[in-house]
Design a protein around this ligand. Structure first.
Ligand code: CTP
Ligand code: CA
Length: 226
């Protein structure tokens, strides 16, 4: 420990990170979900903790061990994520929303297991609440970081989400690119900021990407607060 100095650039900052998929229940044994592994969000939580932040990790179901020293709030559905994040928003300095939140949930959750019957089963879905959009409306001093996973027109959609959701920074990745996206150890991202900065990164480990995201967030906060 005597041989290097830890960069505690986020000392005392309270950072809430969301990670992983949500599960939207259909009946007691079934749900809709997505391929998110949680690796990106867990890497961010770990890096923020290393930099001295007080980290809360709101996480959907993953196969990962949470980083040591991080407060863990497990959630299942988009609704639970919304509750967990909005009730904590006033007490944090930044929210980093890497969770892959379902956009739709079944209109009703069956109380009994559905038996196999007709040859088809159609399930009516309704929109979930958009947590990030709500935070964008409520924010005062908090920094807001969103993610945009796109399969086309990456820059266009990412910048659109940045303004529409009132974010400070957005991390965009093209999920069709090799080495990028869900359930991999690497990612290929671009970062866009509210004040017009843009950076593209080559394929990197999610740990390296996490460090870049926090570097950009710290630099943005310094520009904003000076
Ligand atoms: N997000 C959220 N709540 C939702 C849906 C998304 O908080 N119900 C957040 C995600 O965590 C992510 C950001 O919004 O940080 C963008 O998610 P994304 O799926 O890319 O965008 P959407 O606004 O859902 O639009 P679309 O899926 O149509 O691209
Ligand atoms: Ca979505």
């Amino acid at each position: 420990e005597l041989f290097f100095v830890k960069p505690t650039t986020l000392a005392g900052k309270r950072i809430l990170v969301t990670a992983g998929p949500t599960r939207e229940a259909l009946d007691p044994v079934r749900y809709f979900s997505n391929y998110s592994s949680g690796k990106m969000g867990y890497a961010i939580a770990e890096e923020a903790k290393k930099r001295g932040a007080l980290v809360t990790l709101v996480t959907g179901p993953t196969a990962l061990n949470p980083p040591k020293g991080v407060e863990v709030i497990p959630i299942q559905s988009a609704e639970e994520l919304y509750e967990a994040v909005t009730t904590r928003f006033d007490r944090v300095d930044a929210v980093i929303k890497s969770a892959a939140v379902a956009d739709y949930q079944p209109e009703e959750v069956l109380s009994q297991k559905r038996k196999k019957q007709a040859s088809k089963w159609s399930v009516p879905l309704k929109r979930t609440k958009d947590t990030l959009k709500e935070l964008g409306k409520r924010k005062n001093k908090q920094l807001l970081v969103g993610f945009a996973a796109e399969s086309e027109q990456l820059e266009h959609y990412a910048k659109d989400k940045l303004t529409r959701k009132n974010l400070d920074l957005i991390v965009a990745n093209n999920i069709t690119e090799v080495g990028a996206g869900f359930d991999l150890d690497t990612n290929v991202v671009s970062i866009y900021t509210k004040d017009g900065q843009e950076k593209q990164y080559p394929q990197q480990s999610k740990k390296e990407v996490a460090a870049h995201i926090l570097d950009e967030l710290e630099a943005y906060a310094q520009r904003r607060d000076k």
